[in-house]
Design a protein around this ligand. Structure first.
Ligand code: PCA
Length: 324
């Protein structure tokens, strides 16, 4: 009988620990590593929801594309395979141009402008996602995007023929416009793509450069501050509706807090990441006047192309964004 005692004790404590009310468990697929600031923010958000609901809603964050690959997360939330998930909006530009508004070079290239663009973009984003059975819980900008490249560059012409990693339709388009060779690789596979020589250049933030140890393969970062793409956290509407009112309120509150915290984190961490890159041997440099002018031209072309494809809906966003 001695054997049974621990078992009994175990069952008894499990019964005690088990809540008398129903517990809801949600999965949250995310595409970036656990140590990334977006993911840390998600983890904090999940802990806040847990605390605010006294454990009624448990959200498990699955970092680094371990549950779904980056381009699959939106569909997973839409279809209810995941109740909540974090996406990179610009990944979905081909589905609907408005998702790509924050990926256009130099349309909004500072945190303030990026916040303003978000405000202009948000109502239409919410409407579209609602049509798809989802809610926009919150969105946070990545730090400004610069160019990682193996050799020093002075102009866009120096990028000719370079193997260029793209993470979105727009970053592929930039490659085409500067005559580089685009290959789409999501962040979770980026380290490997550099190690195997599949890519020798890409545009992204100091954050992703640091996360992927880019300094082990690439030694130059041109801080072009070209745009700030956003991650957005989406919720399946049916899953949300199935929650009781206090739980819904707790989720929305934690989401709003995560949004404010995320923007502040992005900004402060950006400086930190660039310092860390330098410490690890990266040359962090301002772009030359020529490179700046070349990229500005690329941005102008892409904005024209985008406006044509996005139609009046896109024009309305740009107008609202530019209104003083
Ligand atoms: N990092 C992500 C998207 C934008 C960013 O800064 C990436 O490179 O995949």
């Amino acid at each position: 009988m001695r054997v049974r005692l621990p078992l009994l004790a175990c069952l008894f404590s499990a019964a005690l620990a088990a809540p008398a009310w129903a517990q809801t468990r949600w999965d949250l697929p995310a595409a970036y590593p656990a140590s990334n600031f977006h993911t840390e923010n998600l983890t904090q958000f999940a802990a806040d929801v847990d605390r605010a609901t006294a454990g009624k809603l448990k959200i498990t964050v699955h970092a680094n594309a371990s549950l779904f690959k980056a381009p699959e997360i939106k569909r997973a939330v839409q279809g209810g395979q995941a109740q909540i998930g974090e996406i990179l909006l610009v990944n979905y530009q081909n589905e609907w141009q408005i998702f790509g508004a924050d990926g256009l070079p130099f349309l909004a290239d500072s945190y303030d402008e990026s916040a303003k663009l978000y405000k202009a973009q948000k109502p239409v984003l919410e409407k579209k996602l609602a049509e798809q059975g989802m809610m926009l819980l919150y969105a946070v900008a990545w730090p400004p995007q610069g160019i990682y490249v193996k050799k020093p560059i002075n102009s866009a012409a120096d990028l000719k023929g370079v193997k260029w990693r793209a993470y979105s339709p727009a970053t592929s388009r930039i490659a085409e416009l500067v005559n580089a060779q685009p290959v789409t690789v999501q962040a979770a596979e980026l380290s490997q793509a550099m190690a195997t020589g599949v890519i020798e250049s890409y545009m992204s933030s100091g954050s992703t450069g640091y996360d992927t140890k880019t300094y082990e393969h690439i030694k130059y970062f041109y801080d072009t501050q070209a745009w700030l793409p956003k991650n957005a956290v989406l919720v399946n509407k049916a899953a949300f509706d199935a929650l009781d009112k206090p739980t819904q309120a707790a989720l929305l509150k934690a989401g709003a807090e995560a949004e404010a915290r995320g923007w502040a984190l992005s900004k402060s961490k950006n400086t930190e990441y660039l310092e860390l890159l330098k410490k690890n041997g990266m040359n962090v440099l301002p772009p030359s006047a020529q490179l700046k002018a070349d990229l500005k031209k690329v941005g102008d072309t892409m904005l024209q192309e985008w406006l044509q494809k996005a139609g009046p809906e896109g024009q309305a966003i740009v107008d609202a964004y530019r209104k003083p």
